[in-house]
Design a protein around this ligand. Sequence first.
Ligand code: ADP
Ligand code: MG
Length: 499
Amino acid sequence: MPSQTQENYEAVIGLEIHVQLKTHSKVFAPVPYLYGGDATITDPSAITPNTLIDPVVLALPGALPVLNKAALEQSIRFGLLVGAQIPPMSNWDRKNYFYPDSPKNYQLSQKNHPITIGGEVEIELPGPSRNVMGEHKIIHLDHAHLEEDVGKLTHTGAGSLVDYNRAGAALLEIVTEPDLRSPDEAVALLNAIRILLVSADISDCDMEKGQMRCDANVSIRKRGQLTLNTRTEMKNLNSISGVKEAIQYELGRQIREVEAGREIHQETRGWNSTTGRTYSLRSKEDAHDYRYFPEPDLMPVVVSEADKARLAATLPERPYERQSRYMSQYALPYTVTSVFVPERPLCEYFEQATLAYPQNPLGVANLVANDLLGALAAAGKTLGECPIQPAQLAGLVKLTDEGTISKKQAKEVFEEMFSTQRDPVEIVGERGLRQSSDTSEIEKIVQDVLALPSSAKPIAEFKTGNEKALNSLKGPVMKASQGKANPKLLDEILRRLLA
Ligand code: ADP
Ligand code: MG
């Protein structure tokens, strides 16, 4: 299709994002789930099928649901984080349907009175390059409601298998306004929500583990048009690339349909990542098809101002706000802040180190982002298992800044700190690594090096104005001093003797 044609249309996209909340047990039953105290449950799909169940999950006669307080609190924390309204009262509805992924023939959800209303999420669009910050934009939310997850079906040649381990897990559905204007914006929103929720410990949002899934609603309209056109909904997109490609394909398909004079029908479509196409699943069901009715076995949820205040106090700084603070307060470059910001523990590590040595935040940041993360990755360790304490790392930067050790020596000390958990000062003292700032000692070595026959050429080159030739002289001096010569002093002495 000529891109001219594409240019005439604008994409209109709204996402419905499902995230599994970080709670110890399921949303209406005291059954341990993903984040339970039992450390063996890190991946429910690896647990023997149909063992994370109880009479409530299966809706056996007489079993009654009880709301998990943690699931409610996580939802409220989400609402507070995005500046949503938390109505004083919300309640539960049964969404009725028959499908074997639910053992009860209905899903407990919130139709008319969700836990949060409105709110907004700041997104960052891809910049011109990885090193340059992209445009930031606000995406408005319609609401978020709490519901229960459903089980998993596995279709085999011999029949279909059901596993209700996931059934009843606490799921927050976050619904955006149709504010997104491109597949890139949809991806940016998912990323923004992920770092927001991970940083607040609301969800781990691991798409590979199914902790974050998304439905994409897509329509097109002529540029300048303000009303909305008929949309299609792509169900169960479970990877970032899936979301991007499915929306891209669907936009192209809708433009082709409209250009050919055909109408877009409201329907639910699936995404086939192998063919790279969306396909019609069913004509879109309407809310009334589900015969929603109020859940008789659960009380409405009442949220007080005091609850909100207490939960607000548990929220961390929002990631993009933290990022702009790091850039202004510590003068850190965008690249380093974008390494830190998605990882709150990394931010905390950096801040603790900087608190211990406030003189050089950039030096600390670079050491954390490059050497420390590199060493952790090579050792297969997480930051939680890091052998170097923030204050020790700060001590290393200080020793380097003060000229006690050279940059090269700092690398050596770093390695030893990482393998022995010892203090940099101790290591430097023990190894006699102190950088030499003894002028006469360095001068003596420089004179020896200048007298070498191999030095004649670089000396001549330097004298004709070739600055780089000086490096060929510094190398042998460093070597002769076993790396201890203070580089700044060495530079001064060399220039003085060659003048
Ligand atoms: P439903 O009642 O079917 O759940 P909603 O109106 O609540 O539909 O919207 C569901 C999602 O679809 C929201 O994310 C919303 O932003 C998005 N959406 C609604 N209308 C359109 C449209 N015309 N084009 C694209 N997205 C839309
Ligand atoms: Mg709706």
